[in-house]
Design a protein around this ligand. Structure first.
Ligand code: SER
Length: 600
């Protein structure tokens, strides 16, 4: 075994590489291997309402993984700012983060497994100096959708990983896809052995006892998974890799948690100094959520009660709550932001540029939260006085939930206050109510992304298809300038706004009606295809091309009559629509006319 073990190098300070040095080494390495360095996309995805935040380096690159030409070529590398909030409640332990940086390299139909494995091996062992003995790798075991990835295993063997540290796992471990549908494929993951004792004779990389830590994931993206669960081969084979910077920094510095690295340590220390009541979990939550909120605000996010804004609100409120718990004066937030900018400005120069707005947003939100807490406390007192009169000793879940939902009053605080008054709380009932509430808001946000049709039933779906027929008919009768400006559908009628400079004549209205009814009579099939925006444009599909869509769109075709970019849903045949009748034509705004129509 080489004398240059990682422990030895750490001891002599050789491996005390800072995060930014690791980032620069990575980008340079891939640059020297023919990759173009591209900038990180913003944390808030552009043109993609279907996701709240950028969660992986590949996300902004989906159109290119699907075959669209990237202006910078077929080999790319970057660092990507990412936010993942599914584990937000786990933050505070020794590893979870919401915000993190992912280093990535991509082949867009260029190199594949051999070169990808060779480059990863070289980077880890030569550039970062990780001894081969510390590395294990995993490959896809194969199933009915894709074969066993023996080629990748061979490549690892050739590079120098002994066979007994090459593991095969199934889809759960060695297949990567963002969500339910999209480009995907088998992956190979690299694991770092922390040197901790094995938890048992079966201890393997898939085990989460902490001995093995995943450090890099190379996805061989050559499949597309459709909504119905079927896999097809993509036009090109791609490589998509992701290496978490905070984790790598922690390992190379021989630290136990990312909070012990230079990225968090000064804030952790400052919090310790300020805290009157120390709790390491609370300090981690404050440090992590502060950094994440600053990154989101710097990329344009603002707190609100829905979607992205709600996530940001939750981050700031949770942070404020834990500052309270540490008994740190909330007026210290400004200083903590300054300190964080000092730590992070070299990596993220935008933070310094946006310093004032970051401070303003966080401090305003914190002030709102303090008011909320005060309201909640008054309500709590009213309740507790009454409960004492009634000789109660337990606070029921309904009350905890009402305090939480109406006043944003956190259940932990209710529990603390309750304990002070000699009360206990009924957590199980609260948990039940909370789960129901979460489920409702999840359904709500799924609904929201269905493409503007909040209420979906046979009637509204029929009106939606009728809208496409009307749009096309208007263009035939009035000319191509008659473009959609807005649409609103209820179960009773459709309303359609379109550009046209003057009132339509009775004759034009009759022509439009006749054309629509003619297409209904023809019982045309309605079909849907997914394609890139560019492909959609080429097919001549109607749609608003100015930044309204993501890079991948659905195109609905109605027989030979109309083709339009749209999220759906639609009827399957126009014959289902019934008789179309225009009820009203009026002005909507300058240069825009409005039609109201019904199906009878
Ligand atoms: N997309 C993969 C991941 O997020 C590799 O970059 O892990």
């Amino acid at each position: 075994m080489s004398i240059l073990t990682i422990e030895y190098l750490q001891r002599i300070g050789e491996l005390n590489m800072k995060a930014i040095e690791i980032r620069n080494k990575y980008l340079n390495f891939f640059k020297n291997h023919g990759h173009k360095v591209i900038p990180s996309a913003p944390l808030i995805p552009e043109n993609d309402p279907s996701v709240l935040f950028t969660t992986a380096g590949m996300q902004p690159l989906v159109p290119y993984l699907l075959g669209e030409k990237h202006p910078e070529g077929t080999r790319l590398t970057d660092y990507q700012k990412c936010l993942r909030t599914n584990d937000i409640d786990e933050v505070g332990d020794n590893r979870h983060l919401t915000y993190f940086e992912m280093l990535g390299n991509w082949s867009l139909g260029d190199y594949f497994k051999e070169e990808s494995v060779a480059m990863s091996f070289e980077f880890l062992t030569k550039e970062l100096g990780i001894p081969v003995e510390k590395l294990s790798v995993t490959c896809f075991a194969g199933d009915e959708d894709a074969p066993r990835d023996t080629l990748t295993a061979e490549c690892w063997k050739k590079a120098g990983i002994p066979e007994d540290r090459i593991y095969y796992y199934g889809k759960d471990d060695n297949w990567w896809i963002a969500g339910e549908e999209g480009p995907c494929g088998p992956d190979t993951e690299m694991f770092y052995d922390t040197g901790k004792p094995a938890c048992g004779p079966d201890c393997q990389p898939s085990c989460d006892c902490g001995k093995y830590v995943e450090i890099w994931n190379n996805v061989f993206m050559e499949y597309y998974k459709a909504k119905d669960g079927t896999y097809t081969k993509l036009k090109q084979h791609n490589v998509d890799t992701g290496l978490g910077l905070e984790r790598m920094t922690m390992l190379l510095q021989g630290k136990e948690t990312p909070f012990d690295t230079e990225l968090f340590e000064p804030v952790m220390e400052k919090l310790k100094e300020l805290a009157k009541e120390d709790s390491i979990e609370s300090r981690r939550i404050v440090a992590e959520h502060l950094r994440a909120s600053m990154m989101v605000i710097s990329d344009g996010g603002r707190p609100s009660n829905i979607d992205r804004g709600y996530v940001l609100r939750k981050l700031i409120r949770r942070m404020s709550r834990h500052l309270n718990k540490l008994q740190i004066d909330l007026n210290k937030l400004g200083d903590l932001i300054d300190l964080n900018i000092e730590i992070l400005k070299e990596m993220y120069p935008d933070l310094e540029k946006n310093k004032e707005i970051i401070k303003q947003v966080i401090i305003e939100e914190k002030d709102k939260f303090i008011k909320t807490l005060a309201h909640g406390e008054r309500e709590f007192e009213k309740y507790i006085n009454k409960a004492k009169e009634e000789n109660k000793t337990v606070i029921d879940g309904q009350t905890i939930f009402r305090l939480y939902e109406t006043y944003g009053f956190p259940p932990e605080i209710t529990a603390d206050l309750a304990a002070e008054q000699g009360f206990t709380i009924d957590n199980s009932e609260f948990d039940k109510l909370f789960k129901e509430h979460q489920e409702k808001s999840r359904l709500g946000s799924e609904q929201k992304f269905k493409g503007g049709l909040a209420e979906q039933n046979e009637k509204t779906i029929s009106y939606h298809t009728a809208t496409h027929l009307l749009h096309k008919a208007l263009q035939i009768v009035l000319g191509e300038h008659a473009k959609q400006k807005g649409s609103n559908i209820t179960t009773e009628r459709l309303r359609f706004d379109f550009s046209h400079p003057e009132k339509m004549t009775q004759e034009q209205l009759k022509q439009v009606e006749d054309i629509v009814n003619e297409q209904i009579k023809r019982d045309l099939p309605v079909t849907c295809e997914e394609m890139t925006l560019e492909e959609a444009r080429k097919t001549g599909a109607m749609g608003l091309f100015e930044n309204k869509y993501g890079d991948k769109v659905k195109v609905y075709t109605i027989g030979d009559f109309s083709k339009e970019i749209c999220g759906g849903p639609h009827v399957t045949h126009t014959g289902e629509l019934g008789h179309f009748k225009i009820k009203k034509e009026e002005s909507s705004s300058s240069g825009v006319r409005r039609i109201k129509a019904i199906l009878e």
